[in-house]
Design a protein around this ligand. Sequence first.
Ligand SMILES: Cc1cc2nc3c(=O)[nH]c(=O)nc-3n(C[C@H](O)[C@H](O)[C@H](O)COP(=O)(O)OP(=O)(O)OC[C@H]3O[C@@H](n4cnc5c(N)ncnc54)[C@H](O)[C@@H]3O)c2cc1C
Length: 248
Amino acid sequence: MFSKSLQLILCVIIIFNGCTLITSKNTDYPTLFESTLNYLVETIEWESKEPKDMNKIYSAYDFIVVGAGSAGAVVASRLSEIKNWKVLLIEAGGNAIHFMDVPITAQLLQASEYNWKYKTVPMNTSCLSFEDQRCKFPRGKVMGGSSMLNYMIYTRGNRKDYDNWAEMGNTGWSNEEVMKYFIKLENANLSNSDVNYHGHNGLMSVIDVPYKTQIADAFVDAGAQIGLPVADLNGKNQIGINYIQVIK
Ligand SMILES: Cc1cc2nc3c(=O)[nH]c(=O)nc-3n(C[C@H](O)[C@H](O)[C@H](O)COP(=O)(O)OP(=O)(O)OC[C@H]3O[C@@H](n4cnc5c(N)ncnc54)[C@H](O)[C@@H]3O)c2cc1C
C-alpha cells in the first residue's frame, strides 16, 4: 500500500487539481462537486459488479489467463461471457486503488509497489543522464496492469507499422484488419473527428481531452501556422497536429 507521505502528496495534488479545474476557464470538465459525485456513484456501481464467487477456487478451469493487464483482462472478460465456462485470471500484483483513475497520478504511481520497476540495458546514445545509462521502464504490477499506471491517451499506432507486421507474416495484423477492432471497442464522443474511423457502440469511451492548457493552444496554433494539417490523428491522415484524444 501507499506510505502515509505518498497518500498526503496524492491528496494535495488531487485538491490542487480540483482547484485548477474550478478556476480554469479553458476546460470542458464538470465542476469538482459533480465529478466527485459521479466518481462515488461509479465506485459503488463498480464494486457491486464484482463476481460473487471471486474468492472461490475450483479444481479445474476451461481457461487460465496469466496476467490481468490490458490484454489479459479483456481476454478473461470476453471468455467469461460464456456463462458455463470457468475462467481463472492470475495476476502477480495486488488490487487496483481508486487513485489510479486519476491520470495526473500516473507519474507518482511509478514510485509505488504497483510498478515492476524494470530498467533498460545500458544504452550508448540515449539515457545518458541515468545511472549506468539505463532508463526506467515502467510496467504495471496490479489488476489492470500498465493501464492502471498510464496517462489514458488514445492514439493508435501508425498504419504503416501494422501493415509492416502483416507483411512480416503476422496474419490478421494489417491496418485494415486491426481497424475494425479499434472501431468496435470505441464509444467515441468527439468533435471534428473522421467519422469513418470511429465507433459508438463499444465499451471504451473516447473523448477530446477536456482540459487544454494555454501552452497546448499555442502549440497547436503554431503547428497550423507552419502548414501542418489540424486533423483527427486517429483518422485517415495520421500526420498533423491536434490535441490528444483520451479514454474516459
Ligand atoms: C507509465 C506508462 C504510461 C503509459 N501511457 C499510455 C497512454 O497514455 N496511452 C496508451 O495507449 N498507452 C500507454 N501506455 C502503454 C499501455 O499502458 C500498455 O501498452 C498496455 O497497458 C500493455 O498491455 P499488456 O496487456 O500488454 O500488458 P500489461 O497491461 O502490462 O499487463 C501485464 C500484466 O501481467 C502481469 N504479470 C506479469 N508476469 C506475471 C506472472 N508471471 N504471473 C501473473 N501475472 C503476471 C503484470 O503484473 C501485469 O498486470 C503507458 C504505459 C506506461 C507504463
